[in-house]
Write a protein that binds this ligand. Structure first.
Ligand code: 26Y
Length: 816
């Protein structure tokens, strides 16, 4: 019985098999002769979790003994995806378990598909958090994630009659085999109530927050294995549990039903992830979610800090807290509240500690995505925090007034409180004032941050703003997702690239060798065939694996300009029908992405993609030359399937609007060539891979700015370009929607009548010209392959290991 779970040697197949079968019997409770695939998956996941657990405990012990400074990454979103394959590869047991499963007649890849994915995020911001956790563990840094244990993560997307339909995704239906529920790690989180002032013996004022409505936060721990399996860190997610006091209140009144109702009410707090990533809607539940997880996390962080043995002034030496966007920025007044009200730390000391502990990452310049909360709502839910925010603001504005006398406009512009349009709390201002560093996520984004939306702050705090270009983990996005390319790379330069991605540079010389190019092409071709077979199986659509795979996969947004891509598709279709096929390469244009449920324009673009796809698909004159596919339910697993097969990576956002992008990096490292604007990290991709190995088109951010100041004339672009006019007219006259001619009127109106905020028309001509270049290059397959290889070779810098190292050195002061 002692060796029920024990694995004597993780490389010993028979010991792994015994562990697996024991798990199936004793943890799942199934007889091996009557198991379903899911039972095997859970048994396997438990065995893998066992392998992680000891290493996890060892890692915690090591940090404790080293008394290492801890890094806490606070994020409303962690878009993790499936964990099995990643864990197996990171602990180096993938092939061993593959054999074990074969032994019982199962295929590991197939089994892995039964895992529900942890889609606890919307897109880029949430996935970035997941990549950073992987790098923190791989770099052996004591870095821990804190977030929310949502019952429902990102909705699943179905397409019905070309329209997006959202479905709730109950990912915990069968339980989550990776997590450890911790019913004993439970904190009280207060809401509402009021603040009373009680003068102290020493005459100083003290504040107490009383008569609150409380919710409990219960911890769930998810192990985060680093590559090589040495270090396993932790992601702690909080779930809401009803507090017993108001249960008791109603029970005492004999109102059992009411008590249970209230219980469900408060447990709703962690029920669902908000599926919007651009329009902040100021919903009460969202603010409650933010404070809920911040409060629980800070209580936990301070408990581990062990104040009984230390002084609070040591906090910034022991702890760094990174705020992933402003979503957790209520942590700033919360830490102040704890220091002031619960520990009687004087204001100036408390403030110095707070600022030195926090840092803030900004992910967007779009005004509609910046968080603001009405003062009224704030006061109702968090009255003491509002008081503290007012005090922070008062002291800050006084200082600004002294440093920049007479500049009243400045005071208004930098105030945390927006006095226009009903009083509102600007969370970005709070986050900047309360942090010692503020970072943008790509060079252009940081520059625009300093010169546009936060220029006043850049003047006030010249050393506070830094740029850390995003990164992606090579473990998931190359080693795991693209086994074929990973194998080729390892055979060529050895396995070191997995933790030192800059080593890919050694591949640059291979780009000139015909034999290597042939092998590289064979890998890409196999990946394309694999994707084609998945699309055939799941969507019942046949695509030609020999055609150019032209891919745009990301959230649906007007600024990301899926519509511009579609205008190219329609133009290409028109040219083909006009018999101009001689120098056009057969293409498969693949789209994927979710629209926020309330974002009508984005949802209409999905419908247009599907309508265009249908018309083109039925037209035999373009058969074999052009095909459009919308892949439903784009998520991390879909991304891992598609990335390896991409040849042309569409990164075509309006310059100045995509803070960084990270899909651009994933595709480049998988050997795609980018077609993109000078936006976000595309600029740095061009720098690294070289301008000959990327397709750049369109206006720069500065040019657009200038054009808008001179008055943007959308109609001019329409009348000046016949092909553009034709494409737009086809959309607006119902060519793709004969059953409803004006279906797409809102899209056309936004371009022509409402000023084309995303400059789609302005960039159309250069985009089309650039796409012609793409065709020309693709015809020369050796040169194309050479450039694709150079993209892989020069993408090493985009590893999240590099990004996390920069955070450690420049922000957290935990150098590696
Ligand atoms: C406030 C609420 C509506 C909200 C929720 C989520 C606002 C924004 C978001 C998510 C934003 C996001 O994902 N931004 C993306 O972050 C990536 C990682 O830095 C960038 O690569 C990408 O350009 C940016 O759009």
């Amino acid at each position: 019985p002692e060796d029920i779970y024990e694995i004597t040697n993780p490389k010993d197949i028979s010991s792994l098999k015994r562990a697996l079968v024991n798990r199936l019997i004793y943890s799942i409770g199934k007889d091996p002769v009557e198991t379903q695939e899911r039972d095997w998956f859970f048994a396997l996941a438990y065995v893998v979790r066992d392998l992680l657990t000891l290493r996890w405990m060892e890692s915690m012990r090591r940090y404790y003994l080293q008394d290492a400074k801890r890094v806490y990454y606070l994020s409303m979103e962690f878009l993790i995806g499936r964990a099995l394959g990643n864990s197996l590869l990171n602990i180096g047991c993938y092939d061993e378990f593959k054999l074990v499963l074969e032994d019982v007649g199962l295929d590991l890849e197939e089994l892995a598909e039964t895992e529900e994915e942890a889609a606890l995020g919307n897109g880029g911001l949430g996935r970035l958090a997941a990549c950073y956790l992987d790098s923190l563990a791989t770099l052996r840094l004591p870095g821990f994630g804190y977030g929310i244990h949502y019952d429902y993560g990102m909705f699943s997307q179905r397409i019905e009659d070309g329209y997006q339909i959202e479905h709730p995704e109950n990912w915990l239906r069968y339980g989550n085999p990776w997590e450890f529920p911790r019913p004993d790690v439970l904190y009280r989180v207060q809401f509402r109530g009021h603040v009373v002032e009680c003068p102290n013996a020493d005459g100083k004022r003290r504040y107490r927050w009383i008569d609150t409505e409380d919710v409990m936060a219960m911890a769930y721990d998810i192990p985060v294995p680093g590559y090589g399996g040495e270090t396993v860190n932790n992601l702690r997610l909080w779930a809401a549990k009803a507090s017993r006091d108001f249960e008791l209140k109603y029970f005492n009144e004999g109102n059992y039903i009411k008590a249970v109702e209230e219980k469900t009410q408060s447990e709703n707090l962690s029920k669902v992830l908000y599926p919007d990533d651009t329009t902040q809607m100021g919903r009460e539940l969202r603010l409650k979610q933010e404070y809920f997880f911040v409060s629980a996390s800070l209580q936990d962080i301070l408990k581990k800090f062990r104040i009984d043995q230390r002084d609070f002034s040591d906090l910034p030496q022991e702890v760094a807290i990174q705020l992933n966007d402003t979503h957790p920025s209520v942590a700033i007044p919360e830490l102040m509240r704890i220091l002031l009200d619960e520990h009687q730390v004087p204001w100036d000391d408390a403030w110095a500690i707070t600022v030195r502990t926090f840092s803030y990452t900004n992910h967007t310049l779009l005004p509609e995505a910046l968080e603001v909360w009405s003062v009224r709502l704030f006061e109702e839910l968090l009255p003491r925090h509002l008081q503290i925010i007012y005090e922070i603001n008062h002291r800050f504005l006084t200082e600004v007034g002294e440093r920049f006398p007479g500049d009243m406009g400045l005071i208004q512009r930098v105030s945390i409180i927006d006095e226009e349009r009903g009083k509102r709390v600007r969370m970005a201002h709070l986050a900047i004032i309360g942090s010692h560093k503020v970072n943008g996520v790509a060079a252009l984004h940081t520059r625009l941050m300093r010169t546009t939306i936060f220029r006043d702050f850049a003047r006030i705090f010249p050393d506070r703003f830094v740029s850390i270009t995003n990164g992606i983990t090579p473990r998931r996005w190359l080693n795991q997702a693209n086994r074929g390319l990973a194998k080729l790379i390892t055979e060529t330069i050895g396995p070191g690239w997995v933790t030192d991605l800059e080593r890919l540079r050694q591949l640059a010389a291979m780009a000139d060798e015909a034999e290597f190019r042939a092998r590289f092409r064979a890998v890409k071709s196999a990946n394309k065939q694999h994707l084609a077979s998945l699309i055939a199986k799941r969507l019942n659509i046949g695509i030609d694996p020999a055609s150019l795979f032209d891919v745009q996969i990301k959230r649906m947004h007007e600024y990301k300009r899926q519509l511009l891509n579609l205008l190219h598709v329609i133009t290409r279709y028109n040219r083909l029908r006009a018999g101009l096929s001689q120098d056009m390469v057969p293409r498969t244009v693949i789209f994927g992405g979710k629209a926020a449920p309330g974002y009508h324009a984005a949802k209409l673009v999905i419908k247009l993609i599907n309508d265009v796809s249908k018309v083109i698909g039925r037209d035999s004159t373009v058969a074999g030359l052009l095909k459009v596919v919308f892949v439903p339910d784009y998520n991390v697993s879909r991304a891992m399937e598609i990335m390896p097969a991409v040849e042309l990576s569409e990164q075509i956002s309006t310059a100045g609007m995509e803070a960084s992008g990270t899909g651009n990096m994933k595709m480049a490292v998988n050997g795609a060539i980018t077609i993109g604007t000078l936006d976000g990290a595309n600029i740095e991709i061009r720098e690294k891979v070289g301008e000959k190995n990327i397709f750049i088109f369109g206006h720069t951010a500065e040019q657009l700015d200038e054009m808008r100041r001179g008055g943007y004339d959308a109609w001019r672009f329409y009348y000046d370009n016949e092909e553009l006019k034709l494409a737009l007219d086809m959309i607006s006259t119902g060519y793709f929607s004969p059953d409803e001619q004006d279906r797409f009127k809102p899209l056309i109106d936004s371009l022509l009548r409402e000023g084309d905020r995303f400059a789609i028309l302005a960039d159309y001509e250069s985009y089309i010209a650039c796409q012609e270049e793409v065709d020309r290059l693709y015809l020369d397959s050796e040169t194309w392959t050479r450039k694709a290889i150079l993209n892989v070779a020069h993408s090493g810098w985009f590893s999240s290991d590099r990004a996390v190292r920069e955070y450690a050195e420049r922000i957290w002061n935990t150098p590696i």
